[in-house]
Design a protein around this ligand. Structure first.
Ligand code: ZN
Length: 330
């Protein structure tokens, strides 16, 4: 469910004034949100965001679902459960916006890819595919320009994408500015008018089926040089992969400081350690320090996990095993 038209239904969740969940407690504001109005906003902005990321291969569509109400002792998941129960047979996912804000110590939302669906109709009520956010992004403070990045992040989870640059020991665990699945608000920190999340990584595009395997260069154990094309483009080598062992690999890709990545100080080569190969994989930036936005440019070298990665002119990248290191097999 990462390709083609993807029907989402939008629900507003009414949270009681005296809600006891630590997510909501002590916050009196309740916003008069309307599912149809939110669906109209998402259908313009979030749809365009994912159409761009997928090079036109994925078109989420948002329509009004309805309104649900949770009990005084309920947690946010109850909003999602109610919305799934009310969703129509046409919905492949529900997105739920609470009318209450979240306490600052709580996550802003969550997303769930739901169960596998091999055969249509893949109703959300059956797969439980969902995304949820609190009300903060629809506060009147934002006027008619609400931020979309958190919803884009949670839909990323619903597409099966894991976090990247996530450090649960940090006060704000989303550390990476390189990926919607990192710090989704990173662009706004640089350009206050930005409302969308950063672009995403080639590994996520590959997982979603938005990038053909022919765009991937698997580096032989003896090393090689590849000319990288922008990882969000539609031609050329968009991802180089070094296989390590124990289900770990290194990804090397060119991110350009344009479009949804216009918050980056400059274009450059990003390198990530990927551990695992499904939606629970861990994606760790290897270049620089949080927010990891200073990427490798011509003449720079990174040595990590037994490999050196040297960037040349024209975004040629030479990937070589460190001299003298025995080749790890198996
Ligand atoms: Zn997340």
């Amino acid at each position: 469910m990462t390709k083609g038209i993807d029907p989402w239904e939008v629900f507003v969740c009414h949270v009681p004034a005296n809600a006891q969940s630590p997510v909501y407690s002590g916050l009196p504001l309740r916003l008069p949100l309307k599912p149809d109005e939110i669906a109209t906003v998402l259908d313009a902005k979030v749809t365009r965001y994912f159409e761009t990321l997928s090079n036109g291969m994925y078109q989420p569509q948002f329509s009004a679902g309805g309104e649900v109400t949770i009990g005084v002792k309920d947690e946010p998941q109850a909003c999602v459960d109610e919305a799934l129960a009310q969703s129509s047979d046409r919905a492949h996912g529900v997105i739920v916006i609470a009318d209450a804000e979240h306490n600052s110590t709580q996550p802003g939302g969550f997303g769930n890819p739901g169960g596998a669906c091999a055969v249509p109709p893949c109703r959300a009520s059956a797969t439980r595919r969902s995304a949820y956010v609190g009300a903060a992004d629809f506060s009147p403070d934002w006027g008619d320009q609400p931020p979309m990045d958190l919803i884009e992040h949670e839909i990323g989870h619903a597409l099966g994408w894991p976090h990247s640059g996530y450090d649960e020991s940090a006060a704000e665990p989303h550390r990476s500015a390189l990926d919607v699945m990192g710090d989704s608000a990173a662009p706004r920190a640089v350009h206050p008018a930005r409302r969308d999340a950063p672009d995403t990584l080639a590994i996520n595009r590959l997982a979603a089926g938005w990038m053909p395997t022919s765009a991937v260069a698997v580096i032989p154990r003896s090393g090689s040089t590849v000319t990288l094309a922008p990882s969000n483009g539609s031609s050329g080598t968009r991802l180089a992969v070094i296989e390590l062992h124990d289900h770990r690999f290194i990804t090397v890709e060119l991110l350009t400081a344009t479009g949804f990545d216009d918050h980056l100080p400059g274009s450059g080569v990003a390198v990530h350690l990927i551990e695992g190969n499904d939606a629970t994989r861990i994606q760790t930036p290897l270049v620089g320090e949080p927010p990891y936005d200073h990427l490798l440019t011509a003449g720079q070298t990174l040595t990590s996990h037994g490999w050196t990665i040297t960037v040349g002119g024209g975004w040629g990248a030479t990937l070589q095993p460190v001299a003298g290191r025995p080749t790890v097999t198996g």
